[in-house]
Ligand binder design. Sequence first.
Ligand code: ADP
Length: 542
Amino acid sequence: MRSTMMDTPLSIATLVRHAERVHGDAIVTTATETGSRKATFRECSKRASKLAHALRGLGVTSDQRVGTFMWNNQEHFEAYMAVPAMGAVLHTLNIRLPPAEVVFIANAAEDLVVLVDASLLPLFASILPGCTTVEHVIVVGKGDTTALAATGKTIHDYDALVAAASDAPFDYPVVDERDACAIAFTSGTTGSPKGVAYSHRSAMLHSMQLCLGDATGVGSRDRVLAVVPMFHVCAWGLPWACMLVGADLVLPDRFLQPDGIARIITSEKPTFAGAVPTIWTGLLQFVDKNPIDLKSFRMVLVGGSACPPSLMKAFEERHGMHIVHAWGMTETSPLGSVAVARDGLDPEEAWKLRISQGRLSPFVEAKLVGPDGKEIAWDGATSGELLVRGPWVTASYYPENDLEKFSDGWLRTGDVGTLTKDGYLTLTDRAKDVIKSGGEWISSVALENHLMGHETLLEACVVGVPDDKWGERPLACVVAKPGKDVSFAELRAFLADKIAKWQLPERWAIIASVPKTSVGKFDKKVLRADYAAGKLDVTTVD
Ligand code: ADP
């Protein structure tokens, strides 16, 4: 029997209309040099309509890609509304990638127009000459555009373009919900960037699940601080989630240093935030020294790489701020699991679940597969590679597919871990980072999490290095807290009662900081290469 239900598409145009009419009074706040600026969703939606008219005037029709090279700010939010709503594809370029990689990605996506923040003009000037498909650049804010103009592309001023555009509401087309609304590229932690094209349907379903009670529970009473960049995985879908429920959105622009984040927390009193662990590691040091009230937060979502349990504890015990751990990938839109403990557990059991990567989200189906390709039981102990599928999981890559990443309709995540019988995921490593010692796996993440709980350490990154006897052994690279002396013997003793003896690293090195990827994750490729090139001062302790 066919259903009798209407077939209205899940589309961003519908969401934009909803945000304007129903949640028009919700507010977007953007941090500025001296304070902040504010606009309502209604105002942003009206400007988005004018932006859509302006883009149409530049030749943007449906299916064309509009790039953004921007921080998290109001104009970026307007692009999140306008570009997909007019049926075109929003392409958020990662401003932290090396210029050559941005050029590669802009050309791969065939961007026709790029919106650029004025503060990023010097950087963009080194990128634009290589962008073969870009015809127009729209500059947000005031800056020197001489270098851009020299490329022969047409340069526009965002405010002037929007001001000159028609006031008539843009007639957003009815789209096929399976068409692309946005494209993002993986940050390339483990290879060259691959494009993932989100559909209207996947983006809307993902945003709705983000708001579920056991996910973020974001609702109209929230003020959502999106520290997670709008240039990476659509800021975890938070801008669209805020439009769904009418939550205020707080955007830090380029003020991402701990003092900048602390300033916006103090002035805007956000109730919710999302960011990768490194942001919070930096903020913790700052707020330990400078008393900043973090009690406005009811919850802070942390993911993108493993959140050290010691960081969660420190914020909770010293600042009353509650961190919820989550897992996801560019390929999964990103949210795939959230670590909310089920009810009725004693504190120790609940804590174990809270520091896991989380419980699988509805519609995200998972399985674990061993090296022999056989499925592994969800027993909370046996680990294997995680495969997932679901309506917001990508089925291929753009522009070139990578068939090795898929198996019978499942995405091979490249993450290795365990699942409990009720769907809590614990990751031990990425497949490429797993340390294979004498045929057994050592979890670098577990070692790092323990080490980062030591009072002398700010950060710890563990990589596998070649070993004549065992094949591979762990090398622990540690960063000291300012003013603290590090003793490797003491660190080994500290680990000794937490992990099996054969997993204890015997190779140790002090480093000034852990190399990070463009989105703030530990860059293990760099450390392995530094070790191979003899650049690390390694001490052996056993
Ligand atoms: P890239 O793959 O280029 O790093 P992504 O941002 O898509 O870009 O990264 C996804 C990966 O990040 C996951 O496959 C996983 O390895 C890691 N990751 C994400 N969240 C977590 C988490 N909570 N704990 C451990 N690893 C995580």
